[in-house]
Design a protein around this ligand. Structure first.
Ligand code: HEC
Length: 466
């Protein structure tokens, strides 16, 4: 997807951070919705087949309501699936520019499967409703046989047959495409925050790796939990619910089914969280990751409790809380991945930020005539972390500069390419200065140091001229 790279503009580090937050938000929207779509469409296709085979009205109705949840209308599909995924692809392109990783390309493959899958699911949804219309028509026609033209009846029969056929296929194809799309999506996002695999990564390693497999299992289990809660919320609470309150048999069937699925899978969730933490790459483990995992387990236990009490007592309806709980779970999942991704791209951010600084520099019309002033560079770039006499982020110059007296070359070399040297300090980030600027600032700080420490200056006057 090289054309995507052409859309990249250099951005400051602040912008890159902003993009990462945006990435978390679109991921939460996308993952919440597509998890529901994946599971609801699969169950819908299943209950549609079983309902037709057994002539079971409840199954057929459930199948129809489920697809209403999975692919309700084009506006929603666009804003919760298409838009977030396209945004995520653009953000990944920007953040990983120049790394030759293929993340955006693989995500684009996933996007194709998602979009075609949703197209099928949407037609499945539309034709499911037509199916109901035909069925109602035939019932009415039976009781008013004398008034119905026999030609119309035959037409309806043949339309119904072809619609049923199309519907079946569309439903099944849509669900299968979503499963493939999810596999690619999960494998690719996993790769994005596993730098150990970057060197050897290709699309094949994304498709066939144990990491992809386990992340996928994890995703599907969460998706089942999310969908159970979504069914409880959207079928019974939201907008008075899509389930007619008079139809008690159907109500209790839906409740029992989604609560059972919810209980089974939310009970294995803590185990998966545990394994996930075990499998995270070493460098992305941090106290934040452990904290998030703890919160996730706590929410999983709360959900288990809610599902269980709803199953015990049908009058209790905690659909709203359960849905809030699963959205929180998805958010934690996205935040955890984001932290891992941030850790993985720390160096990359430095490089991109530097590129931005250079671009801004190039735009400055006075650049060639401006006199490079060591003092200005010190005030602008270094004083945030360094003073001469006190310790800030970096060591005080009065403590480190003595080592460089008479060794201006190595001082310049350090500023050009900082390395970890002084124990107890974090490594100094590369300041991205040009050689002339490095020379100017090195001479400036050494000059100030020698002026205030004449003793040291006496030892060495040959190399440093003020
Ligand atoms: C973001 C904070 C930060 C900024 C900005 C920064 N430094 Fe540093 N600097 C550090 C830290 C931290 C160390 C200690 C690094 C180490 O020991 O590994 C350090 C160490 C040094 C040292 C001592 C190296 C040694 O071998 O003892 C010099 C000299 C130095 N910085 C110069 C500069 C100059 C010149 C600038 C501005 C162009 C600058 N620094 C900007 C954080 C910073």
């Amino acid at each position: 997807m090289n054309f995507l790279n052409r859309l990249v503009i250099p951005e400051s580090n602040e912008h890159l951070t902003l993009l990462k937050y945006l990435l978390v938000i679109v991921t939460i929207l996308f993952v919440t919705y597509t998890s529901i779509a994946l599971v609801a469409s699969t169950f819908s296709a299943y209950f549609d087949v079983r309902g037709k085979r057994k002539g079971n009205r409840t199954y057929l109705k459930f199948a129809r309501n489920l697809i209403d949840l999975a692919a309700p209308n084009r506006g929603l599909i666009f804003s919760l699936a298409v838009l977030p995924l396209v945004t995520a692809i653009l953000i990944y392109t920007q953040l990983l520019y120049g790394m030759n990783l293929g993340i955006s390309t693989y995500l684009s493959y996933a996007a194709v499967f998602y979009f075609v899958g949703f197209y099928f699911l949407y037609s499945y949804n539309r034709s499911s409703h037509l199916d109901t219309i035909y069925r109602t028509f035939r019932q009415l026609a039976k009781s008013h046989a004398s008034e119905v033209d026999s030609e119309v009846s035959t037409d309806v029969d043949s339309f119904e047959r072809s619609i049923t056929n199309i519907r079946r296929k569309a439903g099944r194809r849509g669900a299968v495409l979503l499963w493939i799309a999810t596999w690619i999506f999960v494998g690719t996002t996993r790769l994005a925050f596993t730098p150990d695999r970057w060197a050897t990564s290709s699309f094949l390693t994304v498709l066939f790796s144990s990491q992809t497999f386990w992340s996928f299992v994890d995703y599907v289990v969460s998706a089942l939990v999310v969908t159970s809660a979504a069914v409880l919320f959207f079928f019974f609470v939201w907008d008075n619910g899509i389930v007619n309150s008079a139809d008690n048999a159907y109500r209790s069937f839906v409740k029992k089914f989604s609560l059972t699925v919810g209980i089974i899978f939310v009970a294995i969730e803590p185990l998966l969280i545990f394994f996930e933490i075990q499998n995270l790459p070493q460098h992305s483990l941090s106290s934040a990751t452990f904290g998030l995992a703890g919160i996730a387990m706590f929410i999983a236990f709360l959900l288990l409790h809610m599902f269980y009490s709803m199953l015990k007592d049908s009058r209790i309806n905690l659909g709203t809380y359960a849905f809030i709980g699963v959205v929180l779970l998805v958010s934690i999942w996205a935040a955890k991945d984001e932290i891992a991704f941030s850790h993985a791209t720390r160096v990359q951010d430095q490089v991109l930020g530097q590129r931005y600084a250079e671009m801004v520099e190039d735009l400055n019309p006075n650049r060639s005539v401006a006199v490079i002033s060591g003092e200005d560079i010190f005030n602008g770039r270094c004083s945030a972390c360094h003073r001469f006499d006190v310790k800030l982020v970096g060591p005080p110059y009065n403590q480190t500069l003595p080592n460089f007296v008479g060794k201006m070359d190595s001082l310049e070399d350090f500023i050009m390419n900082p390395r970890q040297v002084v124990p107890g300090y974090p490594p100094m980030p590369n300041q991205g200065l040009k050689p002339a600027e490095v020379k100017a600032v090195a001479e400036y700080i050494m000059g100030v140091y020698l002026k205030t420490h004449p003793q040291a200056a006496k030892k060495d006057t040959a190399t440093v001229k003020m």
